[in-house]
Design a protein around this ligand. Sequence first.
Ligand code: SF4
Length: 267
Amino acid sequence: MKLDIANKIVYVRQSWLNDLAICPERARLGLVRPEFRTGSDATIIGTAMHHGIESVLGGSASSREEMLQAVSGKFDELAKQPHKVTNIDGDKIPDYLASMTEAFYEGILPEVELGGEVEKFFRVPLGIVVQGYAVWLEGTMDYLTPSGVIWDWKTASKAYYAKEKQKSAVQPTVYTYAVAYERKDIENVGFNYGVMVRGDVPKHQIVPISRNEAHHNWLKHSVGGALHSALATSTQRNWVMNDSSNLCSANWCSYWSVCKGAFNMND
Ligand code: SF4
């Protein structure tokens, strides 16, 4: 959430909405302590895979081997920077990168319409006003095909549960809203997760998510509710803390040390 006080606009990203759903305090700390936000080995793997995919879609890598070179080079570069170490076996990461590269190149790429826009930034009005602020959505989608299918690349420890994503994932709702707003020439905007599962054996998954006007109206309603609370509450005081999610841990929450981790509990 970013306030443009002069123009009375509040900009919202789907990643912040996700944080808000996981733990409101995490979303608040993201605003007031951004310097605490650090990546992990899992996020570095994800960034390296994104880089390799962009190399393929942008034309600088024209084979699986060249894609893997781009992926591995990016991983080695990012791994030199400080990051959290999760439960991923570090010795196996090169094998994971190779198997996820194969999963993308052989399994997902043949299904992707080429010639689209890579890393497409968007900034669109949501059409609601909260406490005098016009609400805008902004973000960057991984890939938009010429015919209007959005792809988001995911690296994951296990396959996605498609039904759960269809029911409540915010990202496809935000992204399809943005494309539908900006591209009136596209009749039906599509959304696919292209998932590469981390493991020794290449495993890919394509998860199509459908969104329509009803989902977009729900988005307006739910974002309006969230922003009413956020704007009415000072960011200098704590928000509601949800420590029941799996992401509330030293490995998965950047703010652990200034939140639950500061209480020195053993469990
Ligand atoms: S440590 Fe837990 S309760 Fe605190 S911000 Fe992170 S997820 Fe929320």
